[in-house]
Design a protein around this ligand. Structure first.
Ligand code: URA
Length: 260
């Protein structure tokens, strides 16, 4: 290899590494204050997440806390708009899109994961990457699908957090706490018959539990009267297919309680 090819290969490797870490824009000659740009041009955000938010809503959400804002949302559309306008959680600044939900909100089962990853952030939809494909297969195994026309066979999917944490880092307690009232309002408005909680962060957040999913799975819990079952996150299953048997047992429990 000549010196030029070595340098090209090194540059390419450095670029791949940055993309892996979540960098998705090249550095320009002049520094750009992205927060200024965003404040000046909120409409530039991708269409999947961008729902028009009235200026009055925008002003109000900056001043009020998430508990009060969430409580004031009377339907899913206004909840989505309120989350989109909420400036109280720093995760929003690093995310491309709001990831609100996917599937049929009339479904009997509401599935709750942790937070969007890179693909979800790009598309503005939850569980569209590898974990999402596995989740779709898990749901199909018990006759459910987010694309089902019949809501009885449907699934409604969301996450504890609606924005991707930078570089997929774990969200801080403060970030999660600020968004929890929105998740709880989301459940109240969707009114599912059952909750399926994927992984420790979702199970802990919804069940206010100290333990992780290993101790919480395999039995029924309740969130404000809604029966809830926790199981391993599909990403954990991809890392350790040995967990399949336990996940299957949890899904069978859900299926049985839904009525076969
Ligand atoms: N993992 C999650 O918890 N949620 C997603 O939307 C994608 C991956």
């Amino acid at each position: 290899m000549d010196a030029d090819s070595v340098s090209f290969a090194a540059d390419l490797a450095a670029l791949a590494w940055q993309v892996e870490l979540g960098a998705d824009e090249a550095i320009a000659e002049e520094p750009v204050d992205r927060f200024e740009v965003r404040a000046a041009a909120p409409a530039a955000r991708a269409a999947t997440a961008a729902q028009p938010v009235a200026p009055a809503v925008r002003t109000a959400v900056v001043e009020r806390g998430s508990v009060e804002i969430a409580a004031g949302c009377g339907d899913l559309a206004s909840l989505r708009a309120a989350i989109g306008a909420f400036e109280g959680c720093s995760l929003k600044q690093g995310a491309r899109n709001l990831v609100f939900a996917d599937g049929d909100p009339r479904a009997r089962v509401m599935v709750i994961g942790e937070a969007p990853g890179r693909e979800e952030d790009r598309e503005g939809l939850p569980f569209v990457g590898r974990s999402g494909q596995l989740l779709d297969r898990m749901l199909a195994a018990i006759g459910l699908s987010r694309r089902a026309e019949d809501p009885r066979a449907g699934a409604y999917i969301t996450n504890v957090l609606p924005w991707r944490p930078p570089q997929n880092r774990d969200p801080s307690g403060d970030e999660a706490a600020k968004m929890l009232p929105f998740l709880f309002r989301h459940i109240e408005l969707a009114r599912p018959e059952f909750l399926l909680l994927l992984g420790s962060p979702a199970a802990r957040a919804v069940l206010s539990a100290e333990f992780g999913v290993t101790r919480l799975r395999g039995k029924w819990h309740e969130w404000r009267g809604v029966p809830a079952i926790a199981t391993f996150h599909p990403a954990a299953l991809l890392r350790d297919p040995g967990k399949k048997r336990e996940v299957w047992a949890d899904l069978v429990m859900l299926k049985a309680r839904m009525g076969g």
